[in-house]
Design a protein around this ligand. Structure first.
Ligand code: SF4
Length: 368
């Protein structure tokens, strides 16, 4: 049994127009990084992870707004309590990085860097309200390589307003030219309550329709595949051996503990969220603002929904040992029906074909 550790850092220099993560806009010098890390260390010291630590992921927000020395203190405290895993990821944004910072981050123990680039098009970066330029993103990725980050992810967003297929191809080729070992390419989602939603609802912004979005998804897979990045999940691509251990653990429905304000944990069927209240967290209060116990059926649905996102598919043997009965017993005839329609394949693993992946939500809704 192993558990992954997620640590949330809740600050960003600026709130991007599409973002619904828990992040607070703040100037770098106003972030109470050292005090926040003290609270994180206290929370880690009272945590109780059974078994080994599978991976560590610092996400946000913009974790790279915290000084490397403070992040080093944090990793050092974790290492006193748990054996350190091989993959320790830091999410970062280009505007906070330079070669000397990256060398420090590598030296204090981070083994993987995940950099939010989103686009190389100046107009799209402005639309997304990113605070970095395309050149700054290029500099950051190149500096990460020189600083010894062999394992580097680059995040892209597509299906942007007025984005053409040629624009998308340019973004992909720009990303590939930087030789990251991993690329996450997500379609732009209009999240409720964001400025983006208001712009779409008012008609100020029009996003590509579904047909174009599907064509773009296929083009992303083709171009990245030809460049040596295998699609191992709906939106994630890696060179061989560089799949994200932390995210695969999520998709396999492994346990994870979330530390820090707003962080979500799920251990077995118990899921809870540390309160989204940084002020009280800074005072050492560990409140929970959401909590639920998943029913067996909810857990099965979650295992299917996440497992089927992966190209390797849902491990049917593991499913059976987890739930005591086979997938076929719970959902008789589903596998055969999906295979007949060309939506699924595989024997020991139930794998969705690209056409099946595009229907993932609707296929999982059949699992009742
Ligand atoms: S940098 Fe990331 S976490 Fe911060 S506001 Fe933008 S999308 Fe959200």
């Amino acid at each position: 049994m192993s558990t992954s550790l997620y640590i949330h850092i809740p600050w960003c220099l600026h709130k991007c127009s599409y973002c619904d993560f828990y992040s607070l806009p703040s100037a770098s010098d106003a972030v109470p990084g050292s005090g926040y890390v003290d609270r994180l260390i206290e929370e880690i010291n009272v945590s109780a992870i059974n078994g080994t630590l599978h991976s560590i992921f610092l996400g946000g927000g913009t974790p790279s707004m915290i000084a490397p020395s403070d992040l080093g203190r944090l990793l050092n405290s974790i290492s006193k309590k748990y054996d350190m895993p091989s993959e320790i990821t830091l999410e970062a944004n280009p505007e906070t990085l330079n070669e000397s910072v990256l060398r420090e981050l590598r030296a204090v123990g981070f083994t993987r860097l995940s950099c939010g680039v989103q686009s190389f098009d100046a107009g799209q970066l402005q639309f997304l309200e990113r605070v970095h330029s395309a050149d700054k993103a290029r500099d950051a990725l190149r500096a990460a390589s020189r600083a010894g980050f062999e394992n580097r992810n680059l995040d892209l967003i597509y299906t942007l307003p007025s984005q053409t297929m040629a624009d998308l191809e340019n973004d992909l080729h720009d990303a590939i030219a930087l030789e990251p070992t991993h690329i996450s390419a997500y379609q732009l989602i209009v999240e409720p309550g964001t400025p983006l939603e208001r712009k779409v609802e008012s008609g100020d912004v029009t996003l590509p329709d579904e047909e174009i979005a599907i064509a773009m998804w296929h083009r992303v897979r083709k171009i990245l595949g030809e460049a040596g990045y295998t699609a191992y999940e709906v939106s994630n691509f890696a060179q061989p051996g560089f799949e994200c251990i932390h995210n695969v653990h999520y998709w396999e429905c492994g346990d994870y503990l979330g530390i820090g304000t707003g962080a979500v944990s799920r251990i077995g069927q118990h899921r809870w969220r540390r309160a989204r209240n940084t002020k009280s967290y800074m005072m050492g209060e560990l409140h929970v603002d959401q909590e639920e116990y998943l029913t067996d059926q909810e857990m099965r649905t979650e295992v299917c929904m996440l497992g089927l996102r992966m190209t390797c598919g849902l491990d049917l043997e593991r499913f059976e040992s987890r739930f005591g009965k086979s997938f076929e017993s719970f959902y008789p005839g589903r596998i055969a029906a999906w295979k007949e329609k060309g939506l699924a394949t595989g024997d020991s693993h139930l794998q969705l074909t690209p056409s099946g992946m595009l229907l993932l939500d609707s296929l999982v809704s059949e699992l009742v």
